[in-house]
Structures are given as structure tokens and as C-alpha cells.
Design a protein around this ligand. Structure first.
Ligand SMILES: O=C(O)CCC(=O)C(=O)O
Length: 286
């Protein structure tokens, strides 16, 4: 059960991030790892394809981080973690939201020798919904270290200029360059927090926090699962459909209104006790 103290909430509001102690048990981690093997082989348990499949065995570039987005739609073991109510409650508490919806999950696997992930601000890609802000829970499925390409979060950078997408995400030569340009513009030194934690631990970051990670020069893979959440109140903003990740995720729009359909972006927690109907039985079927 993930539950955050008042002090952690205050720290999050000041720094835009929290490093968390272990909150996922080893049995769950073992099951997730087995599902990662299957998904990157192209085996999708529910028969539904994830929204983005950026890497598959046999065709994927071995020097890149393997990535699948919205694995919860394809695999109920992943769904059982991503759709947890306590995760939604913790995020709503930090962001002062009435509730929490899943915007996207990331199934990530950075093997030994893989290149970096470019530093970016998540919200820069999200003009297609309003309020276009995320809060993300990053879960380590392996012990992580700076050497093995741990995620790097820049403390306080959620209060910097809100920029536009800048640079490559997968395997850029200089993964910190866009963030360093932003720091120079602010006239500050970047204060980097490494998410160097044991498996089952992780971090939470605000959608305007600069983050990314270096190459995996260690001896173990770095697998992780990320829940990127938006407010339960979020609505589509059609003016942003053509920008950032809009072209992918606006395909679930209603023709008649700007409601975001819960079947594709489920409400996992709301202060009045509401959760999207069916998600608990969907997860239990795993
Ligand atoms: O795992 C990483 O290094 C970066 C992941 C990321 O961009 C995110 O969780 O928002």
C-alpha cells in the first residue's frame, strides 16, 4: 500500500519529485518481469495491442531502451499494478486533484549496454488535453544505480520555463543537452537526483520536471514500469490534437464532445470513492 505523509507532500510541492522506498513486493516484480519477456516477444495476453509498441524481439535496435506504452490494455498483470487505487490516491494528494486517471503507462527495459533516454519535460507533449499536466509514478523492477542508467530528476525544475519538445527521446548523443540549455536560460545549476534504488522502490515526479537517463554501463538490466496520471477532471483540447503525443491519443476522442472516455483513460481513484466500472474485475482475471 502506497501512502504518503504530509512532509512528503510538502517536499513534492517544493522539489517536484519524491524518491520512494520499496512499495512493490518481490512476487509482483517476478510476475511483471515474466510478462515483460512475453510482451517484448509480441505476446499480448488480452489480444489487445498496446497503444505504442516501440521495440520487439528480432526487429528492435538492441542499443535502445525497449518501450511499450499502455501495456495495461494488453496485459492484466501490468493492469493490476498500473490501475491500483492507492497509487491514484497518492498522486491526487500530491497534485491536489479530485481524482486520478491513467493517461499512459510505460513498460521500459534498458538492457546492459543500451543508450540513453533524452531529458525532457512530459507536459511539453500534452497540449491535447486540459489541464495538460501529468504526475508520474516510476517503479523499479531491478536494483538501479547511476552506472546502470538510473533515471535522473532535476530538483525544482517544475518551476522553470514551460518549454516545447526539444531533442530526441531514444538514444541521443548528449542526453542532458536540452535540460542544460533550459538550466542556462534559468541561470541556475541543475540539481540532479538519481533514482538509484532497490527493486520495488521508485519515484514520483511532476510533469514539468526535467528528467531522463544515461546509458546502461552497469552489469544488470534496468526494467521499470511507469504510471503517468492526469486529473480525473481532464478534458480533450482539440486545438492540441496535432502536437506532441496528440495524434496517438486523440484517436479515442468522442465526435460529439470533449469528454475523455474512461474505457481508454480509466479513473483509478476519486475522493468520492468512484473508480471506472469494470477495472477491478478486469485486473482480477489475470
Ligand atoms: O526511465 C527513464 O529513464 C525515463 C522515463 C521517463 O521519461 C518517465 O518516466 O517519464
Amino acid at each position: 500500500m502506497l501512502s504518503l505523509s504530509k512532509t512528503q507532500t510538502e517536499t513534492f510541492r517544493r522539489d517536484g519529485l519524491l524518491i520512494l522506498e520499496k512499495f512493490l513486493d518481490d512476487a509482483t516484480i517476478g510476475k511483471l518481469r515474466a510478462r515483460y519477456d512475453a510482451m517484448f516477444r509480441g505476446e499480448f495476453e488480452t489480444g489487445v495491442l498496446p497503444d505504442e509498441v516501440n521495440w520487439q524481439e528480432g526487429t528492435g535496435d538492441p542499443s535502445l531502451t525497449r518501450q511499450i506504452c499502455n501495456g495495461w490494455k494488453a496485459d492484466r498483470t501490468v493492469a493490476g499494478v498500473v490501475l491500483r487505487e492507492d497509487f491514484g490516491r497518492a498522486i491526487a494528494q500530491l497534485m491536489d486533484w479530485p481524482g486520478t486517471r491513467v493517461m499512459i503507462d510505460n513498460v521500459l527495459w534498458k538492457p546492459v549496454g543500451a543508450r540513453s533516454l533524452g531529458m525532457h519535460q512530459d507536459n511539453a507533449y500534452l497540449h491535447w488535453f486540459d489541464p495538460g499536466t501529468l504526475c508520474s509514478l516510476w517503479m523499479a523492477l531491478d536494483d538501479t544505480s547511476a552506472e546502470a542508467g538510473a533515471m535522473e530528476l532535476v530538483r525544482g525544475s517544475h518551476k522553470w520555463h514551460h518549454g516545447e519538445p526539444d531533442g530526441e527521446f531514444h538514444g541521443p548523443k548528449d542526453y542532458r543537452a536540452p535540460m542544460l540549455r533550459a538550466a542556462e536560460r534559468e541561470g541556475v545549476e541543475a540539481d540532479i537526483a538519481y533514482v538509484a534504488v532497490e527493486k520495488g522502490a521508485g519515484s514520483i515526479h511532476h510533469g514539468w520536471i526535467w528528467h531522463g537517463s544515461g546509458p546502461n554501463s552497469g552489469t544488470v538490466p534496468r526494467r521499470s514500469l511507469v504510471l503517468h496520471a492526469m486529473s480525473s477532471e481532464a478534458r480533450y483540447n482539440p486545438q492540441g490534437f496535432g502536437t506532441g503525443t496528440g495524434p496517438v491519443y486523440s484517436r479515442y476522442r468522442h465526435i460529439a464532445d470533449n469528454e475523455i472516455d474512461e474505457n481508454f483513460f480509466p479513473v483509478i481513484y476519486r475522493a468520492d470513492g468512484y473508480r471506472t466500472p469494470g477495472i477491478d474485475s478486469y485486473c482480477q482475471a489475470a
